[in-house]
Design a protein around this ligand. Structure first.
Ligand SMILES: Cc1ncc(COP(=O)(O)O)c(C=O)c1O
Length: 410
């Protein structure tokens, strides 16, 4: 009998995984590894990974909750009532909106997980989602992983977001299709733009008129540099109940409280969308470890000062980096209005190079790593993103290195 060669995993096509391009932040890993191997100290401003530890008071709550045996069990899919109630109280305090903790709040394993599984729950092949360009990658890829196609709207300062979204919706409708979901994110990653209540109300009304659903990512709720709280879609001037009819919003513990590795966030709003996500999650996971949820509830109730400190820290860092870059000869750089990023055009010294090559060049020649703009959307290739994850002295060291490199290009 002739034995045919065994089929291995090598022979199969992984359509979904293979259709995804390399993730924005890993594309320059190989360059970084090579430069580090040669002994260089790279100042890495690529990934937006908060550098400060979680406040010890929050960690102490985690320790105490981890010592209680019942906290080691499986827990309800929508998250512990203690955390859902703390999330609702957070909304009531900041945004004067009342949420039903049973039907309008769900705890997720980070905002990224929540948004991804929401898209998987509500989108399908043939559906269309309207997403920002540039954007945090999951805003474009969660719909695509779910089988939908995306129509981009420019997240640029020149066009008001409501208008940009209305135009994107019109393009889709001209093709005879309907938009099912619009994704927005203010304060925005990667551009650092913030939104006024009025502009957010206009955005919300635009989506409402179109009949689409809305997902707003409020991960940087505490990082609007001009005010204490960035506006919520549920407190933008449009009646909260009307917004709840078609929209959800997600907030993450990662940024305001320096808890990125804890993987915890919450999504609130439309009960049908929340129920679809909860249903999906009953198949996929059992939620986050209860002590993480209990410590998060404590942080929401007692931790406003941590979030305020973080906003001031990023504001100071943004200012230092902008001044440093200007002094280094990087001319067209504007200060971000919020978030923890600086998004800036690639200067002419890079001789027309795209963002991947410019990033590689900065790593190799200046030993400074940034994130290439192309990783955030098709319109991002003329830009680089600096994450504000080092204190001013190291940011200024990065600027001097960049300045020395730019001089070689004059
Ligand atoms: C806009 C935005 N949303 C969500 C996240 C991630 O949040 P989480 O850590 O809760 O998944 C990030 C992280 O960079 C982000 O920039």
């Amino acid at each position: 009998m002739i034995m045919s060669a065994a089929v291995t995993a090598q022979d199969w096509t992984f359509t979904r995984a293979q259709s995804l391009p390399p993730y924005a932040f890993v594309v320059s890993d190989a360059v970084k590894a090579r430069v580090r191997e040669a002994g260089a100290d790279i100042i890495d401003l690529g990934l937006g990974n908060p550098d400060r530890p979680t406040p010890p008071e929050i960690v102490a709550q985690l320790h105490a909750a981890a010592d209680i045996a019942r906290n080691h069990r499986y827990h309800p899919g929508r998250g512990l009532l203690e955390l859902r109630a703390a999330a609702a109280a957070w909304y009531a305090r900041r945004y004067h909106v009342s949420l039903n903790v049973t039907s309008e709040v769900i705890i997720t394993m980070g905002a990224k997980e929540g948004m991804s599984h929401l898209c998987l729950a509500v989108l399908d092949r043939g559906d269309v989602a309207v997403v920002p360009d540039p954007c945090y990658p999951i805003h474009a890829y969660a719909p695509q992983i779910a089988g939908a196609t995306v129509e981009y709207y420019p997240a640029s300062l020149e066009i008001p977001p409501g208008k940009a979204i209305a135009e994107a919706i019109a393009r889709v409708e001209e093709r005879g299709q309907r938009v099912k979901l619009v994704i927005a994110n203010y304060p925005q990653n990667p551009t650092g733009q913030v939104i006024s209540r009025e502009a957010l109300a206009d955005l919300v009304q635009t989506v409402r008129r179109s009949g689409a659903m809305l997902l707003h990512d409020l991960a940087y709720a505490d990082f609007d540099f001009s005010r204490r709280y960035a506006p919520s879609i549920f407190d933008c001037g449009v009646a909260a109940d009307a917004v709840k009819a078609f929209a959800v919003e997600v907030f993450s513990m990662s940024k305001s409280y320096n808890m990125p590795g804890w993987r915890i966030a919450y999504m609130v709003g439309n009960e049908r969308m929340i129920a679809a996500l909860a249903h999906m999650k009953t198949y996929l996971d059992y939620g986050t470890f209860a002590p993480l949820q209990l410590a998060s509830a404590w942080a929401l109730e007692h931790g406003d000062r941590f979030a305020e400190e973080m906003r001031e820290l990023y504001k100071v860092r943004a200012h230092a980096l902008v001044e440093g870059l200007r002094a280094a000869g990087w001319k067209d750089v504007a200060e971000p209005s919020g978030s923890m990023f600086l998004w800036t055009k690639i200067p002419r010294a890079f001789a027309g190079k795209g963002s991947l090559e410019a990033t590689a060049e900065l790593i190799e020649s200046a030993h400074v790593a940034v994130a290439p703009g192309i990783g955030f959307g098709p319109g991002g290739d003329d830009y680089l993103r600096f994450a504000l994850i080092e204190d001013p002295p190291r940011l200024l060291e990065a600027c001097s290195r960049i300045g020395r490199f730019l001089k070689t290009r004059l």
